[in-house]
Design a protein around this ligand. Structure first.
Ligand SMILES: Nc1nc2c(ncn2[C@@H]2O[C@H](COP(=O)(O)OP(=O)(O)O)[C@@H](O)[C@H]2O)c(=O)[nH]1
Ligand SMILES: [Mg+2]
Length: 431
C-alpha cells in the first residue's frame, strides 16, 4: 500500500514537472520579442523604431518592400491565364463572383494608376486611394505613380505607400514640362490673367493651374516613370468611387481595343478656350494623315467641324492607352496647338484637349464609356443607370444624382453619335 502510494506520488510529481516545462516553453514562445518596424518614407526598406519614440506601436514587419524611386520600373510581363479567367462584365457572366476573390484571378495588364499632386494634397489623395483600393485595387494590386512639380516629402510618400496595395513610385517633373515655353509673350500672358481675374473666370488668374493643364495635356505620359506602362488610370485628390469595380478596366481597354475612356462629359466654359478650335482646325488642315476615318467629330461639333460645341470628356477620371498619347498623331496634335500659346493666352484645360484629340484622332469604337464605374468629383456624379447594376455592384450613390442624362451632360450625344443603346431607365433620370 505504502509502495503503491509512493508510486502514485512519483507519477504526480513527474506529471506536474512535465506540465510546468510545457507551460514554460509555450509561454516563452508567446513572449518572444517582435521587432517593431516602420515603413521607410522612401518605401525601400523597413526601419526599426525605438519604443520611446512618439507614435510607437509594435507591429508585424511589413512583408512587401515597395520601391519608390525616380527610375522607370522594369517592364511587366502579363501574369495569369486569360482563357482560365474570362472577363465577367455583367452578373450573367460565368466568372462574375469569382472576380471578387482576392487576389483576383487572371491576367494583369501592364498598367498603373497615376496621380499629379502637391504635398499638401496628401489627405485628399489618401481618401481617393482608400476608395480605389477598397472598390478595386486591393484585388488587383496595380502600381501607382505619383507626380509633382516639387519633390514629394516623406509624409506624402509614407501615407500613400501605406495605402496602395501595389508598388508606389514618386517622380519629380522636369522644369521644361512645368514652365513657360520660350515662345510665350509674358506681358500678354500676364494681361490675360489680370483680365480673367476681373471677369472671375475660375483659375483665370492662376499660373500653376495653367502649367498643370499643359502638363496633363502634353507630358504626363512621357515622364520616365510612365514609359514602361501601356495603360493608365488617372486619380485626383478628393474623388469617390461609389460601386465595386467588378472587372479589370485595363483589360476592358486592352481586349476591346479601346484607347480612351470616360465616365462624365459636359460642356466646357467657353471663355477659357476661345481659340482652341481654330488651333484644332489648323492642325487638321496640316495633318490630314492623322485624322481617323471613323472619328467622333459628331460628339465635338454640330456643324461637321466648322465650330466646337464645347463637349468634352471630364479628364479628372481617365483610363487610357499611354501608347496612343505617345503616338506621332497625338504628339503632333499637342505640339501644334501648344505653339499657338492658348494654355497661357487663354486657359485651355487638359479635358477639352484630350477630348478633341480622342474625337478626331481615334475611331469611335476606340472611346469607351464606363457605365459600371460610379464616380464623383466635385460637383458631378456618375451613378450607373440601371437598378440591377447598382445592386450587383453594391453601389452607394443616389441614382437621382446621376449627371449622365441631364441637360448639361454630353453623354447622351456620345451614345447617339456612336450608335449605342442607352442603358434601360435613362429617361427617368433626365432633368
Ligand atoms: N504638383 C502639383 N499638382 C497640381 C497643381 N495644381 C493642381 N494639381 C493637381 O492637378 C490635378 C487637377 O487639379 P485640381 O485642383 O483638382 O483642378 P480641378 O479638378 O480642375 O478643379 C489634381 O490632381 C491636383 O492635385 C500644382 O500646382 N502642383
Ligand atoms: Mg480636381
Amino acid at each position: 500500500m505504502v509502495t503503491g502510494n509512493a508510486r502514485y506520488l512519483r507519477y504526480i510529481v513527474i506529471a506536474f514537472f512535465t506540465l510546468a516545462v510545457l507551460y514554460f516553453v509555450s509561454n516563452s514562445k508567446y513572449e518572444a520579442v517582435t521587432i517593431p518596424t516602420r515603413l521607410d518614407p522612401t518605401g525601400t526598406k523597413n526601419q526599426p523604431v525605438k519604443s520611446e519614440e512618439p507614435g510607437y506601436k509594435p507591429q508585424q514587419p511589413i512583408k512587401k518592400p515597395k520601391p519608390s524611386d525616380e527610375t522607370a520600373p522594369a517592364p511587366k510581363k502579363p501574369i495569369g491565364d486569360n482563357a482560365q479567367s474570362p472577363l465577367a462584365l455583367t452578373p450573367e457572366d460565368p466568372n462574375w463572383d469569382a472576380e471578387l476573390v482576392s487576389p483576383a484571378p487572371g491576367l494583369r495588364m501592364n498598367a498603373t494608376f497615376v496621380t499629379l499632386a502637391r504635398n499638401s494634397d496628401v489627405w485628399d489623395i489618401a481618401r481617393s486611394i482608400r476608395q480605389v483600393e477598397d472598390r478595386f485595387n486591393r484585388r488587383y494590386n496595380y502600381d501607382w505613380v505619383f507626380l509633382n512639380d516639387k519633390p514629394f516629402d516623406d509624409n506624402f510618400k509614407k501615407v500613400t505607400t501605406s495605402l496602395v496595395s501595389g508598388k508606389t513610385h514618386y517622380g519629380e517633373i522636369a522644369a521644361e514640362h512645368w514652365s513657360f515655353p520660350p515662345w510665350i509673350d509674358q506681358e500678354k500672358a500676364k494681361k490675360v490673367r489680370e483680365d480673367m481675374a476681373e471677369r472671375k473666370i475660375i483659375y483665370g488668374d492662376s499660373i500653376s493651374y495653367r502649367h498643370m493643364c499643359r502638363f496633363e495635356s502634353g507630358f504626363f505620359f512621357r515622364q520616365p516613370l510612365m514609359m514602361n506602362y501601356d495603360y493608365y488610370w488617372r486619380v485626383e485628390p478628393s474623388v469617390e468611387l461609389h460601386c465595386d469595380v467588378h472587372y479589370d478596366p485595363f483589360r476592358v481597354m486592352h481586349e476591346g481595343g479601346k484607347k480612351y475612356s470616360f465616365v462624365l462629359s459636359l460642356y466646357e466654359y467657353a471663355e477659357t478656350i476661345t481659340t482652341l478650335w481654330d488651333s484644332t482646325k489648323k492642325f487638321m488642315k496640316n495633318h490630314p494623315e492623322h485624322i481617323a476615318a471613323d472619328n467622333a467629330m459628331g460628339f465635338l461639333s454640330d456643324d461637321d467641324g466648322q465650330t466646337y460645341n464645347n463637349c468634352h470628356f471630364w479628364s479628372n477620371f481617365e483610363v487610357g492607352n499611354l501608347n496612343w498619347l505617345r503616338s506621332k498623331a497625338y504628339t503632333d496634335f499637342f505640339d501644334s496647338i501648344d505653339r499657338d500659346g492658348g494654355f497661357f493666352y487663354e486657359r485651355w484645360g487638359d479635358a477639352p484637349v484630350h477630348s478633341i484629340a480622342a474625337g478626331i484622332l481615334l475611331n469611335k469604337t476606340e472611346i469607351h464609356f464606363f457605365n459600371d464605374i460610379a464616380y464623383w468629383h466635385v460637383p458631378f456624379t456618375h451613378c450607373p443607370t440601371g437598378e440591377r447594376t447598382r445592386l450587383a455592384l453594391r453601389c452607394h450613390c443616389n441614382p437621382s444624382d446621376n449627371f449622365d442624362w441631364k441637360g448639361y451632360s454630353c453623354t447622351s450625344r456620345f451614345f447617339d453619335v456612336t450608335g449605342k443603346t442607352k442603358p434601360q431607365g435613362w429617361e427617368s433620370e433626365k432633368d
